[in-house]
Write a protein that binds this ligand. Structure first.
Ligand code: NAD
Length: 298
C-alpha cells in the first residue's frame, strides 16, 4: 500500500521553520513579516479560509491586519484600499480573498496589488517571472508551490520524470505544469498537461511517474489509470455530502483514494494533503517578502 504524503505533517515542519525565521528577523532587524487579509462580504467558505490564514499568521508572530469590507464596497474603494497597503511599510503581503462579488473586476484588483507584495503569486508580473524562471522567480502561486514542495519533501525523483497534470486553470494546472518543466532541482521533468478536450485521458495518466490532478471532478482518476509505484498528488477538493454526525461537509479528491493507494507508490489524501500546504506557502511567501523588503531585493 502506498506511502501517504501528509500535508498536515509537512505543514507542521514548514511552519516550525518559518517561526524560527520570524524570530531571527525580529532579533536581527526588529521587524516581523506583515500580512493583510482583505475579505469582501461574508461568503462562508471565504470566511473560513481567511480565518485560518489569520490564525496561522498570528501563530507565527506576524503583524497581521484583518481588513473586512462589506459586500457592496465599490471597486474604486477596494482599489484605493489596496493602494493604501501597497504604501504601508509594515505590510509585506497583501491577500485579497477570492472570489469577489460580481460587480468587482477581479483582474483589476489582482493587477492593483504591488507585485512586490503579491504573496498569492497571481499578479501577471510574478506569473511572467515564474515562466522565465531562474533568478527572476519571485512569488510562486501558493497551491502549485505547495504541490512542488510535497513532491520534493516526499523524496520523489523529478529529474526526467514523466509528469502528467490534469487541469489547466491559472491557479493550479497551468503554473504547476510550467514549474515542473523548469530547469533545476525539484523540476527538470517532462510535462504533459491534459484537460477537458484531451482525447485519451487514461493513456496519458498511465504514463505518469508523477500524476497531479486538479480537475474538481470527484473520482475522475480511476485506479487502473495509475502507473504502479507512481506519486499521485490529488489537488481536488469536492464537497460530496454532509456528515449526519457533525453537520460538516464530506470532502473527496479527484482520485479514488482507497483503490489508488493500493497501486500508487506515494499518494496525498483529501483532506489533509495539498490543502494545508496552500496556506503554508502563503506564509512562506510573506516571510520571503519581508526578507526581500529588508534587502531591497523586490
Ligand atoms: P478549475 O475548474 O478552474 O479548472 C479545472 C480544470 O480541470 C480545467 O482546466 C478543466 O479543463 C480540467 N477538467 C475538468 N474536468 C475535466 C475532465 N473531466 N477531464 C479532464 N480535464 C478536466 O479548477 P481549479 O481552480 O484548478 O481547481 C481544481 C480543483 O482543485 C478543485 O476541486 C478545487 O477545489 C481544488 N483546489 C484545491 C486547492 C487546495 O489548496 N487544495 C487550491 C485550489 C484548487
Amino acid at each position: 500500500s502506498a506511502e501517504i504524503i501528509s500535508g498536515t505533517q509537512m505543514r507542521q515542519e514548514i511552519l516550525a521553520e518559518l517561526e524560527h525565521e520570524v524570530k531571527a528577523m525580529q532579533e536581527q532587524h526588529g521587524t516581523v513579516p506583515g500580512l493583510v487579509t482583505i475579505l469582501v462580504g461574508e461568503n462562508p467558505a471565504s470566511v473560513s479560509y481567511v480565518t485560518l490564514k489569520v490564525k496561522t499568521a498570528l501563530s507565527l508572530g506576524f503583524h497581521e491586519v484583518q481588513d473586512n469590507q462589506p459586500e457592496d464596497i465599490s471597486e474604486q474603494d477596494l482599489l484605493a484600499l489596496i493602494e493604501k497597503y501597497n504604501n504601508d511599510p509594515a505590510i509585506h503581503g497583501i491577500l485579497v480573498q477570492l472570489p469577489l462579488p460580481k460587480h468587482i473586476n477581479e483582474d483589476a484588483v489582482i493587477n492593483a496589488i504591488s507585485p512586490d507584495k503579491d504573496v498569492d503569486g497571481f499578479h501577471p508580473v510574478n506569473l511572467g517571472k515564474m515562466v522565465i524562471g531562474g533568478d527572476q522567480v519571485r512569488y510562486l502561486p501558493c497551491t502549485p508551490a505547495g504541490i512542488q514542495e510535497m513532491i520534493v519533501r516526499s523524496g520523489t525523483e523529478t529529474e526526467g520524470a514523466e509528469v502528467v497534470v490534469v487541469g489547466r486553470s491559472n491557479i493550479v494546472g497551468k503554473p504547476i505544469s510550467v514549474m515542473m518543466g523548469q530547469k533545476g532541482p525539484g523540476a527538470n521533468s517532462t510535462v504533459t498537461m491534459v484537460h477537458t478536450r484531451t482525447k485519451d485521458l487514461a493513456a496519458h495518466c498511465q504514463r505518469a511517474d508523477i500524476l497531479i490532478v486538479a480537475a474538481g471532478v470527484p473520482g475522475l482518476v480511476k485506479p487502473e489509470w495509475i502507473k504502479p509505484g507512481a506519486t499521485v498528488i490529488d489537488v481536488g477538493v469536492n464537497r460530496i455530502g454532509v456528515s449526519e454526525e457533525t453537520g460538516k461537509a464530506i470532502l473527496s479528491g479527484d482520485v479514488d483514494f482507497e483503490a489508488a493507494k493500493e497501486i500508487a507508490g506515494k499518494i496525498t489524501p483529501v483532506p489533509g494533503g495539498v490543502g494545508p500546504m496552500t496556506i503554508t506557502m502563503l506564509m512562506k511567501n510573506t516571510v520571503k517578502s519581508a526578507w526581500w523588503h529588508l534587502q531591497e531585493k523586490v
